[in-house]
Design a protein around this ligand. Structure first.
Ligand SMILES: *Cc1c(COP(=O)(O)O)cnc(C)c1O
Length: 371
């Protein structure tokens, strides 16, 4: 059986160090907002090339709290419009709705699955205040163009970097492009905790201050509450484990890039199969391959075939947000590009510890399916 992602195998690589980290926290007697969190926030900010990192409970909270902080700072008001790709994972959109802001869904670029700056430009109105750029599957959105649009129309940029730790364009990483960026450390993400976790990065001192209060009941100082905050903190034990895994993040990204290269080379030129279009991507782009996503009109049959051959492939994502019951108000809207993506995508197994032999076996089976 080739698993999609073997978390047990991944964390087994760091078993000794993770146990030491947990032991250190247990023996310290200090479990929330302590030295492990400070250390991780410093390390992670440095890794992303940002001035500040603020640990929070999960990736959804990271995005939600940035928008909330901008409301506290008077940058946003109820009903303001936030542009977001229609094919994103629903969490990006939930963060907008949770703040009484208006999500404006935009069709993605069919080649990159990320925001299409031209279509974004068409959706900007006088109510638009934020572009929420999602770096889907581990590839940065076209941040140079999006930043340019944001400057032109005086918009804020929030990156959803949940799938893109370490991804780069022109040497600038996820978390270093926008006014703020939300990260997830959900166990299956490229940098995964042993439970839920998240962080925000920003270069803005004021925003960082507000976020540190918002995650902690709205308080900078015990029993003094400046905002109606929430409890959304990154536990010491998770921060300690993340400090261990962050050291190996670049190695694991390189392994993922090797596997992606095996797929890219061996699945080339199969008619009816569309690979990630990395030839369209400039050399200065570092894709971190959170997911290796192929497309086929025969997706259902291929998925079934792989499963019969003991290969676990997954669909990211089967139902677009505008077709969900949670957003019943959008169920009649038409997003043909997003619908096509959701009907055709299939994510092949990819993990830092998947052997090249196994990746090659996956290729052989796919080749035999299309023969
Ligand atoms: C995982 C993910 C999130 C949410 O992160 P959680 O830590 O699970 O809350 C948000 N956006 C995207 C694109 C994601 O993949």
């Amino acid at each position: 059986m080739i698993n999609f992602l073997d978390l047990k195998q991944i964390n087994a690589q760091y078993r000794e160090e993770l146990i030491n980290a947990c032991t250190r926290v247990i023996d310290s007697g200090w479990y929330i907002n302590g030295n492990e969190l400070d250390l991780f926030e410093n390390n992670f900010a440095k890794y992303c090339g940002a001035k500040h990192a603020i640990g929070v409970a999960n990736g959804l909270d990271a995005l939600t709290l940035v928008l909330r902080a901008w409301k506290e700072l008077g940058e946003l008001n109820d009903g303001d419009e936030v542009i977001v790709p229609a094919n994103t994972y629903i969490a990006s959109i939930l963060a907008i709705s949770a703040n009484n802001l208006k999500p404006i869904l935009v069709e993605p670029d069919i080649n990159t699955y990320n925001l299409d700056p031209k279509l974004v430009g068409e959706k900007i109105t006088s109510k638009t205040k934020v572009i929420l750029a999602v770096h889907l599957y581990g590839q940065l959105a076209d941040m140079p163009s999006i930043s340019q649009l944001a400057r032109k129309y005086n918009l804020l940029v929030l990156e959803d970097s949940a799938q893109a730790h370490g991804a780069e364009i022109e040497g600038t990483r996820a978390g270093g492009w926008g006014d703020a960026s939300g990260f997830s450390f959900y166990p299956g993400k490229n940098l995964g905790a042993l439970g839920d976790g998240g962080a925000i990065t920003t270069n803005n001192d004021t925003l960082a201050e507000v976020l540190k209060a918002l995650r902690n009941y709205g308080s900078h100082e015990k029993y003094i509450n400046k905002y109606k905050g929430v409890n959304s903190r990154l536990d010491e034990i998770q921060a300690a484990c993340l400090n261990v895994k962050l050291k190996y993040l670049d190695d694991t990204i390189n392994s993922r890039r090797n596997i992606a290269q095996v797929y890219q080379t061996n699945l080339n030129n199969i008619s009816g199969l569309i690979l990630p279009k990395i030839e369209d991507i400039p050399n200065n782009l570092r894709h971190v391959w959170h997911l290796y996503v192929i497309r086929s009109e025969q997706r259902e049959k291929l998925h079934h075939f792989l499963s019969k051959n003991d290969i676990q492939a997954l669909i990211h994502y089967p139902i677009p947000p505008h077709q969900q019951l949670a957003y019943a108000e959008w169920n009649n809207l038409r997003f043909p590009i997003s619908d096509k993506i959701h009907n055709e995508v299939l994510s092949l197994p990819i993990s830092p510890y998947l052997s090249e032999d196994k990746a090659f076996f996956v290729c052989e089976k796919i080749m035999s399916f299309f023969k």
